[in-house]
Design a protein around this ligand. Structure first.
Ligand code: SAH
Length: 250
């Protein structure tokens, strides 16, 4: 029996990083639902109906997917990276919880993908090799005060951090404030990784000390990895390796 609603991650960009499980679900779909640039990454097919939508319409897109699935279509909702990381899976469940009871009996499956922080970490070494957290710097759905609180507590707990959605044209100031907070709270030159468009033709990776990091180094296609106090650089000519050792002292 085929699943009626699949929420799938397309990985960070390269088709090599799409899992075979997601490829199979896409091949079996009758309808594809997602943000325009993401559905554009899926090979067009005559018998595949594509429903592309704008970035900010997540809940509406989720409802549309649930309605299509209920009407008997085989729907795949796509996200970049992993669908459970700052993406469509939670939006579909929010819509389901608020929607008609019949949506709860749909056959739904979430298929994981390679999330941006893991693709970025792999490029430079192993900066997430010890405990870490992931924080979405967008204040579209939460107050900026909460973002600052989480950043401060993450520094206190000495987590390495992956910062998603660091900076967009609509929110140019947030990342500058986050950087200042980190520079003041950490007070050292721990490595930061600016990983842009990882696994695409436009990929660029920069490793800079926190003390020298500038807001313009990030945009909306960048994930920023902030080392913990233990994160190290291995110099070996050319780009350094960055890693966080597996152990921390008592
Ligand atoms: N579900 C996605 C994240 C969506 S939020 C995932 O798991 O990766 C969008 C943010 O993800 C971007 O602002 C950026 O911070 C990050 N991102 C997505 N793709 C990326 C890539 N190829 N390279 C670097 N960062 C990326």
């Amino acid at each position: 029996m085929s699943v009626t609603l699949v929420i799938a991650g397309l990985g960070p960009g390269s088709s090599d990083l799409i899992t075979p499980e997601v490829e199979a679900a896409l091949a079996d779909a009758s309808d594809l639902v997602g943000y325009g640039p993401y559905v554009a990454r899926v090979m067009a097919r005559e018998d595949l109906v594509v429903h592309a939508s704008d970035n900010r319409e997540e809940i509406e897109r989720a409802r549309q997917a649930l309605e299509l699935a209920e009407s008997g279509r085989r729907v795949v909702v796509v996200s970049s990276g992993d669908p459970g990381v700052f993406a469509m899976a939670a939006a579909v469940f929010e819509a389901m919880e608020a929607g008609p009871p019949s949506w709860r009996s749909l056959d739904i499956r979430v298929l994981p993908g390679v999330t941006a922080m893991l693709a970025a970490a792999a490029r430079v070494g192993a900066p997430l090799g010890h405990d870490f957290c992931a924080i979405n710097l967008s204040d579209n759905l939460k107050p900026w005060s909460l973002i600052e609180k989480r950043l401060r507590l993450a520094v206190e707990a000495d987590f390495a951090m992956a910062l998603y959605n660091p900076r967009s044209k609509a929110r140019p100031q947030g990342f500058a404030r986050a950087l200042t907070l980190l520079q003041e709270a950490c007070g050292d030159a721990r490595p930061l990784v600016f990983a842009r468009a990882v696994s695409t033709d436009e990929e660029s990776i920069a490793v800079v000390p926190l003390t020298e990091a500038q807001p313009e180094m990030a945009d909306m296609r960048t994930v920023v990895i902030v080392g913990s106090s233990l994160t190290r650089r291995i110099e070996r000519g050319g780009a350094p390796l960055v890693y966080t050792p597996r152990s921390a002292a008592a």
